[in-house]
Design a protein around this ligand. Structure first.
Ligand SMILES: Cc1cc2nc3c(=O)[nH]c(=O)nc-3n(C[C@H](O)[C@H](O)[C@H](O)COP(=O)(O)OP(=O)(O)OC[C@H]3O[C@@H](n4cnc5c(N)ncnc54)[C@H](O)[C@@H]3O)c2cc1C
Length: 484
């Protein structure tokens, strides 16, 4: 592992990068670099030495090769919406931002696939194919901004991955520039079959958090858009009742397209921001979306309503029009954006528990909120047991920051204790490196390191992520306090 720091560009590298992408696409000014000092995990910040924005595959390859010649760490980056510091330039290096390479290059409707550049925004794929009755299913709430390269990097999920699966289930193959500049293709090509022979290196590389190289192009799987939807809003007096309903719906053998929960605090913030019509006094609301052929939907909806009532739902509303459904989803997917009304800062946690443990876990989070004196609204993929406690704080108060880290520790520790995971979809980044040792044995982690070294022997690509024991940002005192 590299121990040197790389906060300035080596002599000559800047000229080489400018020669490849042009002056306008090499950023080295201190103020402009501020934009790239973190992602949506803002507790740790560090500027890279430079940001380079290639516009073509050939440019991207030349940029990686130039950095390899100078032994400079590289940090692949999409839109920078990651919530766990997966793009943090811990000890400098060159951020390679792929946002200029953002086109849908080709669509093959009959074979249900599309070739897109890595910087293509998630929502643009469905926009490009919906005329053919198709969609790209994984729909992170950040989908109007996040890129497909970033989705592959974090193996992103979303509200509808309960039924459709996460990113890895929808990626057929992609081109990867290895850190030494060699270009490889993993998985199936645009004109290939569904499966390839040999080890599934594509699968191994999805979720690698930018540590295997720079992705330039991706072949995504397209699926038919559902013929019909039935979208319900269950309104409950308590999180407990809503959680129990989630367990009961799945227990009844149904697999809704989405099953999302918001507790009272976040519902109030969302209502203040978007005025959808959520009740302000409800303990929790549950969004249940059924999709598929129209024939069975009414029967399933009746069953969901019955289960909601069994768990003391005060009311169950059914979206009557497409517009009502769209407004409901807009409010849900913009929930994080409403947090600004509650607090100057927030940390989004991303733990997973078995669905049946949801009521116990939610009670634990509420107890943590009281114990640590921090407000913790929750908006999450309840059907997957994938929690997103949003821990509210003010970063100007070091004691609050300390408590944020302690409460994160307690919540994620409980997820592991209940048989879950320290991440459902946001990845490990720098945020959760210490937790990896709790979830995996030293042997497991060594096996993962070996895999990483097969792609990046020098460990120069997006260093200090995922594995415990890496460097941290030197100016980040509160985490050191907690670790000590
Ligand atoms: C409001 C909000 C809502 C969110 N909702 C969800 C959600 O519902 N589900 C979910 O899963 N996540 C969600 N996220 C988190 C985030 O949007 C996802 O992790 C997303 O996949 C990141 O995409 P990005 O383009 O921003 O990538 P970045 O944040 O730029 O990068 C993410 C990782 O991918 C790597 N990477 C990026 N591009 C490339 C490339 N071309 N080649 C190689 N590696 C690359 C990076 O090195 C990094 O490790 C949300 C975030 C926000 C701010």
């Amino acid at each position: 592992m590299t121990t040197a720091t790389h906060h300035t560009l080596p002599a000559g590298l800047r000229d080489e990068l400018v020669a490849v992408v042009g002056q306008a696409h090499v950023i080295t000014g201190e103020d402009e670099l501020l934009v790239y000092e973190c992602d949506a995990y803002t507790l740790e910040r560090q500027r890279p030495a430079a940001v380079v924005l290639p516009g073509t595959r050939a440019e991207a390859v030349a940029v990686v090769q130039a950095c390899a010649r100078h032994r400079m760490p590289i940090l692949p980056r999409g839109a920078g919406t990651s919530l766990s510091g997966t793009v943090l330039a811990v000890d400098g290096g060159v951020t390679i931002a792929m946002t200029r390479m953002n086109r849908v290059l080709a669509v093959d409707g009959p074979n249900r696939r599309a070739l897109v550049e890595a910087g293509c925004v998630n929502a643009w794929i469905t926009a490009a194919v919906k005329g053919e009755g198709l969609q790209y299913a994984p729909d992170p709430s950040s989908q109007p901004a996040c890129t497909i390269g970033g989705n592959v990097g974090t193996n992103a999920g979303g509200p509808h991955t309960l039924k459709y699966g996460v990113t890895t289930n929808h990626i057929l193959g992609f081109e990867l520039i290895l850190p030494d500049g060699e270009v490889v293709w993993l998985g199936s090509r645009m004109d290939g079959g569904e499966e390839v022979a040999g080890y599934d290196l594509r699968g191994a590389a999805v979720g690698c958090e930018g540590m295997f190289g720079v992705i330039t192009q991706v072949v995504v799987r397209l699926v038919r858009s559902p013929a019909a939807y039935k979208t319900l809003l269950g309104i409950f007096e308590s999180v407990d009742d809503a959680s129990q309903t989630v367990s009961d719906i799945i227990g009844a053998g149904m697999v809704p397209g989405a099953l999302e929960m918001m507790d009272q605090l976040i519902t109030q913030a969302v209502e203040a921001a978007y005025r959808f019509g959520f009740p302000l006094d409800a303990g929790a609301v549950l969004i249940v979306e059924l999709d598929g052929l129209p024939a069975g939907l009414e029967r399933q909806a009746a069953q969901v309503i019955e289960l909601c009532r069994k768990n003391r739902a005060r009311e169950v509303r059914v979206a009557k029009t497409d517009q009502e459904r769209a407004d409901l989803w807009k409010s849900r997917k913009r929930a994080f954006g409403a947090i600004g009304r509650l607090s100057p800062n927030f940390l989004t946690q991303d733990g997973v528990v078995p669905r049946s443990k949801l009521p116990e876990m939610m009670r634990f989070i509420q107890a943590c909120s009281r114990q640590y004196g921090l407000r913790i609204p929750n908006v999450f993929h309840a059907g997957d047991g994938n929690l997103h406690p949003l821990i509210l704080y003010d970063e100007r108060d070091p004691d609050q920051v300390r408590r944020v880290l302690e409460v994160s520790d307690a919540i994620l520790g409980k997820c592991v204790e209940l048989g879950g995971s320290v991440t459902g979809e946001h990845g490990i980044g720098v945020e959760k490196v210490d937790f990896m040792a709790r979830q995996f044995t030293a042997e497991d982690l060594d096996a993962m390191r070996l895999l990483r070294r097969a792609f990046d022997p020098d460990q120069r690509c997006n260093p200090h992520k995922i594995f415990p024991g890496g460097k941290r940002c030197t100016d980040f005192a509160p985490r050191k306090q907690v670790a000590a």
